[in-house]
Design a protein around this ligand. Sequence first.
Ligand code: IMP
Ligand code: MG
Length: 173
Amino acid sequence: MTRSKLRVLISAEKIADRVRELGAEIDSDYDGPIHLVGILKGAIMFHADLARAITRPVRLDFIGISSYGRGKTSSGEVRLTRDLDTSIEGMDVLIVEDIVDSGVTLSYLTQVLHQRKPKSIRIVTLLDKPDRRLRPVDVKYVGFRIPDEFVVGYGLDYAEDYRNLPEICVLEE
Ligand code: IMP
Ligand code: MG
């Protein structure tokens, strides 16, 4: 394994504060239960913390999407690897993502979920790398905008490593 260095970009405390703010904002924007759809596996920490920062009723669901393989850049190919457990017809769906990069994953996913006739679909992402966008995505809630650097931790991985770091770190070779 090549040695990589980690530089903390966003501390665990800053993440927790921002997640609390997002939860409060989401709480006041909706008036019914929210179907929280987490994108596996990167969004699991954010999904779990955000769900607890929202006080109105939520349902937790997950969808599996693969677009990256083992590298640092998208293969450009998107695949559904695990579907939702329940119908989202008539529901207020909030897609919970770890990071929006090229936008390929989310533009594909919103298209797929729209066909299932939810009442609404919005996107919340912890991180946004706007410099790298290839497809436009309408992201309603953003935790942090970050520069074009590869980050790991708090669910995000590099070749499946580093997901359990409590903070967001830049991975430097
Ligand atoms: P997009 O389809 O290019 O927007 O890619 C989104 C997905 O790529 C995210 O859900 C992540 O899984 C992955 N990704 C993008 N940038 C990073 C990064 O800096 N670190 C780890 N994963 C990333
Ligand atoms: Mg992901």
